[in-house]
Design a protein around this ligand. Sequence first.
Ligand code: ADP
Ligand code: ADP
Length: 603
Amino acid sequence: MSAAADPLTLITPYGGSLVDLVVSAEALVELKAYANSLPSLQLSERAISDLELLATGAFSPLNRFMGRGDCQQVLDEMRLASGHIFPIPVTLPVEPNHQIRLDRDITLRDAKNELLAVMAVEEMYEWHLDEIAQKIYGTKDSRHPLIAEMHSWGKLNISGRLQILQLPRRYDFQDIRLTAAQTRAQLETFECANVVAFQTRNPLHRAHEELTKRAVREKNGVLFLHPVVGMTKVGDVDHYSRVRIYKALVERYYDRSRVLLSLLPLAMRLAGPREALWHALIRRNYGANFLIIGRDHASPGVNSKGEPFYGPYDAQELVGRFTGELGVGVVPFEELVYLPDEKRYEEISKVPPQTRTTSISGTEVRDAYLNNGQKLPSWFTRPEVAEILSDTYPPRHRQGVCVWFTGLSGAGKSTTAEVLTTLLPEHGRRVTLLDGDVVRTHLSKGLGFSKEDRDVNIRRIGFVAAEIVRHGGVAVCAAVSPYRPTRNDVRNMVGTERFVEVFVDTPLEVCERRDTKGMYEKARRGKIKDFTGIDDPYDPPLHAEITLNTISHTPDQNARLILNHLTHRGFVRAASHIVAATHSKMVDIEQAGNENVQEMGTY
Ligand code: ADP
Ligand code: ADP
C-alpha cells in the first residue's frame, strides 16, 4: 500500500485532492475592500503558519481551523469527523471579544496588520488545556513547551470558512519555498513514484547524509529533503544557517537527479508520536509515500523529572500502525556510528563487538568544538557545514558580552570602566563604552532623574548593549542604575549568560568625600533633588558577578580583576593561546597523513 500503484505516478493527496483556499485574482479586489470593512484579528506566529499550510493544502483534507466536532474526534481518536486520520488539533484560539461574534465575518491579519484572510465565524467553543495536554501530549507537565505556551492562548476556539487573500509574505529563500502543489509539480519531473521524505530541524551531518542516501537506494526513490523552517524547538540552530547547510549539501554531495529540497513553514508541536503521524500525512500531501523516522522524532526534550516525554521508538510504531490506511511507509533508521579504521558509517546493531567506533554528541559539538573555535572533523560533518556552524557559533572569545558597572555616583565606575576599555583591545576584543554621563548628552539627552526617566535611560543603554552583544562586541556600561528590577530587565535583554554585573561597592561616605563633581555637596544643601544615596534609594545587587572594593584596590587592579573573570569564562583569550596555536599547527602537519585519528585524538 505504501508504494504507489503506478511506478511513475505520485501518491495522491490525502482525501483525493489538495485543498486550495486562495481566492481567485478576479475576486480579490472586491474581497479586499470588504475585508478592510470588517473587525480584525491579529494572528500569532503559530496561527500564521497553520493558516499558510491550511490554505495551500498541506493539511488536506482539513480546510479550516477545527470546529468542535473535528477537534474532539482528533483528541479522542486521531481522526476528523469525516473519519480521515488527523492526529494534531489545528485550532484558532482567541480571547473572548465583542468584535468576534457568531455568524459574522472577521479579517485575519499578520503582526504588521497585513491582510491575510476573511473568516466566517461559524463556531465558537471552549477548549480545555488539561484535556489537550493529556490526550495530545500525554502529560500535564508544563516543561512541555506546547503546554507552557498554551497557558497564554485565548480561551475560545473559532472556526469557519476561510478565504485567503494573501499568503503570509516570506522573503528569505524564496526559490525553495514550495507549496504542496509546486512540490508535486517538481517531483513529477523525476518520473519516480517512490518519494522518501526527510523531516529535519537540525543541521545535517555525515551520518544523516549517509542514512538519507541509504533510504533512497533501498526504496529506489527520490529524496525529498523537507526541513521545517517555522517554529521549532527553542535553542535550535536558526533556520537561515540550517538552510544554507542544506543548500550546500544538495549542491555538492547529493545526486541532483534524485533529490528535491524545499522548506516547510510548519509550526511544530513537539508532540512526539502524534506529531510524526502528522508529518507523514503532511508529506503525503506534498507527494511523498515514505517518511524517514529515527529515534525521538519531534521530541520536546525531557520533563521536569529529567525523563524523556516519549519512548524513543514510539513515533515509528505509531506511524507504522497507520501506514496501510495513510499510504505513507516508515523508513526506520537506526543510529549510525563511524568506524575510523574502515572510514565508513555503519548501523550500530551491525557493528561487531570490539570494533573501534566514534561519535560526537550535540553537547560536544557545542562545548568541545564550536565554543573553543575548533573546526568539526571531516569524518563527522562536511567542511561546508563545519564552516557555516563556526560562523554561526563563533568561539566564546568572539561572542558578545556586557560588563555592567553599577554603584553610587563617585564610586569609581567610569574610572574603572575606562581602564578596562583599554585592556580589552590589548587582548583582541572590540569595545563600546556606554558611560551614563556621556549617554545623557546624546542618546538620553533631555532625560532627568525621576524614577521614570532613570528607567528609560537604563533601558536605552540596555537596548544598545544587547545589540552590541548580539553582534559579537563587548559593551562596557557604567551608570548608577540604582534600581534592581531595572538592572534585571537589562540582564534579560542581554541574556544572563553574557551579562557580567560589576558592583562598585564604595561606601557613601567615601563617595561623598571624593565628591569629584561637587554634586553631593549640592544634594546635601537641597540644591539637587532625588540624588542617589541622599534622597533617592540605591538597591545594591544581590548576586553581582563581581564586587569591587575601591578603597583597597586601585582602578588598574580592579580592571584586571574583571579581565581575569572574562578570561576565565572564555570571553577573552588567555595570552598563552598564541603559543598554543603555533604548537597545534605543527601537530597538524605531522599527522596530516592520518587525518581521522589526529582529529579524534584532540578530544
Ligand atoms: P562614577 O563613574 O562611579 O560616578 P567616577 O569614576 O567618575 O565615578 O569617579 C570616581 C572618583 O574616585 C575619581 O575621581 C577617581 O579618581 C576616584 N578614585 C579614587 N580611588 C579610586 C578607585 N580605587 N577606583 C576608582 N576611582 C577611584
Ligand atoms: P542613572 O542610572 O541614575 O541614570 P547615570 O550614570 O546615567 O545614572 O547618571 C548619573 C550621573 O549624573 C551621576 O554620576 C551624577 O554625576 C549625575 N547626576 C545628576 N543628578 C543626579 C541625581 N539626582 N542622582 C544621581 N546622579 C545624578
